[in-house]
Design a protein around this ligand. Structure first.
Ligand code: SAM
Length: 350
């Protein structure tokens, strides 16, 4: 895909997902590119990449990282993530100036693919877990593939408020209110183990890791930033073991355990897997499922996009679905839907 189309498409996505600042900034980058401005130099070698390579988000993340590290105060004044306020005229001038003065640095940061860990998806995973434990009341061993920094492995340490009920610790710095619509049981949830894997894990306990994660959150999405900052605090108290490993080998080593429900979960990572890896994971889950017993059950819980197919229009967009499969038996259910960042969470009746 040519770079202008990629920037325009990302602008639309940012607009749809609630970042008017990035939508505007991306359109200004397109204008600058088309008149041969500094954006052409910044994006040299990136003129024709797949949308999945997320060149636009690499660039925005690179500059946001500079803002967060305090090295470009003239631009920080326009970034809500550090207390500034966006202005399309003066903000663009400052942004363009940073591209000019930090060209080499920005270009070297472009080589890094974006790395995010969206805490907003915790509600979908946590609510799914409560629905699971209602029917399988055992301590939980959590195994997350594509865990990034492992912030969602601490989902039970965040507070969720919905329909007059509060779930999770009252004093958590991460609060979802309202968290969702629809039925979610209040059950006694015990997490015995929290383990994850990722091919590019981020350590949320280091300054560098925290900066990386924050830089890829869109600066005018204040709720997402607040949740991330809260989750970084929780991570200091609640250990989770996130290994640098690909999902297939991680699951090959997984075994079930008597007296526990073993849960494999993931959010917005399936699209990054190669087709043979997806098949290998499905096959491994079936193998483990065949070994599952009522005393050592297995569950697969996910929040992932699924194509919406309509009779009239064929594929008509994407639905972000929360699915649960349990063994023994392999029973599959769709529990609900959410937006890509985990909001607008709607549970199906149980
Ligand atoms: C969009 S991020 C989502 C991270 C996290 N699950 C969330 O919802 O915030 C996708 C993650 O999948 C990881 N990933 C991609 N391919 C992988 C693989 N083969 N095995 C393990 N992790 C992988 C990436 O490194 C990245 O951290």
């Amino acid at each position: 895909m040519d770079v202008v189309t990629a920037l325009q498409r990302q602008a639309t996505a940012c607009e749809d997902l609630g970042s008017p600042m990035y939508a505007e900034l991306l359109r200004l980058l397109v204008d600058d590119y088309e008149v041969g401005g500094v954006t052409v130099e910044v994006l040299a070698d990136y003129e024709d990449r797949s949308f999945g390579e997320a060149v636009a988000l690499r660039l925005l993340g690179a500059v946001h990282g500079l803002v967060l590290s305090g090295t470009v105060p003239e631009l920080a004044a326009f970034y809500p993530s550090v207390g500034g306020s966006w202005d399309p005229v003066l903000g663009w001038e400052a942004f363009e100036q940073v591209l000019r003065s930090r060209l080499g640095e920005v270009r070297s940061l472009l080589t890094q693919p974006p790395q995010t860990n969206e805490v907003g998806r915790s509600g979908a995973l946590y609510g799914g877990l409560l629905r699971l434990v209602e029917t399988l009341p055992l301590p939980v061993r959590l195994f997350e593939i594509g865990a990034s920094a492992g912030l969602n492995l601490r989902a039970d340490r965040y507070r969720y408020v919905a329909d007059g009920t509060s779930y999770g610790p009252e004093d958590s710095p991460v609060v979802f209110d309202p968290a969702w619509s629809g039925p979610v049981p209040s059950v006694d949830l015990r997490i015995a183990e929290r383990v994850g894997c990722d091919i590019a894990p981020v350590n949320p306990l280091t300054d560098d890791g925290a900066l990386t994660l924050t830089s890829y959150v869109w600066p005018d999405m204040v709720d997402r930033l607040e949740r991330l900052r809260g989750a970084l605090v929780v991570a200091r108290d609640v250990p989770a073991d996130v290994r640098r490993e690909d999902a297939v080998s991680f699951l090959r080593a997984l075994e079930l355990s008597e007296g526990h429900v073993t849960v494999v979960w993931h959010s917005i990572m399936w699209q990054y897997l190669r087709r043979p890896d997806r098949s290998a994971i499905e096959q491994r889950l079936e193998e483990l499922g065949a070994q599952a017993t009522p005393a050592a059950p297995l569950a697969h819980l996910s929040l992932e996009p699924h194509a919406v197919i309509t009779h009239e229009r064929g594929q008509d967009g994407w639905e972000y679905r929360i699915d649960l499969q349990t063994w023994p038996g392999g029973h599959k259910r769709s529990l609900g839907t959410a937006s890509p960042h985990g909001q607008e969470l709607l549970w199906n009746p149980s």
